[in-house]
Write a protein that binds this ligand. Structure first.
Ligand SMILES: Cc1ncc(C[n+]2csc(CCOP(=O)(O)OP(=O)(O)O)c2C)c(N)n1
Length: 276
């Protein structure tokens, strides 16, 4: 029988040292943390074989709470630290958690080049459509027409899709889930970690405090229902009329391809250089 959440909490969380956590009641980050530790458990990864890196933001606090090798880095630069760690010790499973602002605004350039480089890292990107920790400023994924502290008369910029950006930049595994679909999220994170190459799992999440309250969704249940009603599975998407898809997003595995990973290629270059 697989262990229950209480057992997993004792096994994987720094519950004596680092709790209570800083997240608001009902924050989607707790669901994502649960999915992450269930995925690690299912993969039977040793705690010392996992490195969990984060940037800055509410998402960035996740590394504080788990009992792996962890590194809480600077805003937008988690992938650069993770790159160094993986290159120094390729046997480690290096998993990175970032917010939408962290990964695609200040860290946007690092993100697209990490995807293009195809180093074997797993990036979990929590898309709550807002800068949560700093008080609700618009991020690159804040929808057109939404309210935020920096777009009090509605956002006139257009959001981009993190998952589609990752596909275009060359990530070899790209998936999108939501905190409403938690069981599916466990599997997507598990597959992302298992994949050899740069993997991205975008998680649509609720920040009902900074995003929801300004957009008539001020409680977690309303936001979870919004996520449920706006998610379309990849399998069903072709059956949905295109004009009703414009405000929806696709969930599931969006890309899964095999290409040589950076470390294998780098070893070949080392061999070539040695023969010279
Ligand atoms: C170089 C730098 N710029 C700006 C900040 C301020 N800052 C801290 S968290 C944050 C936004 C975080 O938003 P997001 O990445 O979406 O994560 P969330 O808090 O929503 O999880 C910002 C702008 C910082 N800490 N460092």
């Amino acid at each position: 029988m697989s262990p229950g959440m209480t057992e997993l909490r004792h096994k994987y969380l720094r519950h004596h040292k680092k709790f209570p956590h800083v997240w608001c009641p009902g924050c989607g980050n707790g669901i994502i943390l649960g999915s992450f530790i269930r995925a690690v458990e299912r993969l039977k990864l040793g705690k010392n074989d996992v490195v969990f890196a984060s940037g800055i933001g509410c998402s960035g606090r996740m590394t504080t709470y788990v009992d792996f090798n962890t590194i809480h880095t600077t805003h937008g630069r988690a992938l650069t630290f993770a790159t160094g760690i993986k290159l120094a010790n390729p046997s480690l499973n290096v998993i990175v958690v970032m917010g939408d602002g962290d990964a695609t605004a200040i860290g946007g350039n690092h993100f697209i080049h990490a995807a293009r480089r195809n180093l074997d890292l797993t990036a979990i990107i929590i898309n709550n459509q807002i800068y949560g920790m700093t008080g609700g400023q618009a991020s690159p994924t804040t929808p057109y027409g939404a309210n935020s502290t920096t777009s009090a008369f509605t956002n006139i910029e257009h959001a981009f899709s993190i998952a589609e950006l990752a596909v275009a930049a060359g990530a070899c595994f790209v998936a999108r889930g939501t905190v409403y679909h938690a069981a599916m999220l466990d599997r997507l994170i598990e597959k992302g970690i298992r994949k050899n190459g740069f993997s991205v799992v975008e998680v649509m999440s609720n920040c009902h405090v900074q995003f929801g309250r300004r957009n008539k969704m001020g409680d977690p249940v309303t936001m979870l229902k919004w996520l449920k009603n706006h998610a379309v599975s990849k399998e069903n998407a072709p059956k949905v009329p295109p004009d009703s898809l414009h405000d929806k997003f696709t969930i599931g595995i969006l890309a899964d391809l095999d290409k040589p990973d950076y470390i294998a290629e780098y070893q070949k270059i080392r061999q070539k250089a040695k023969r010279k």
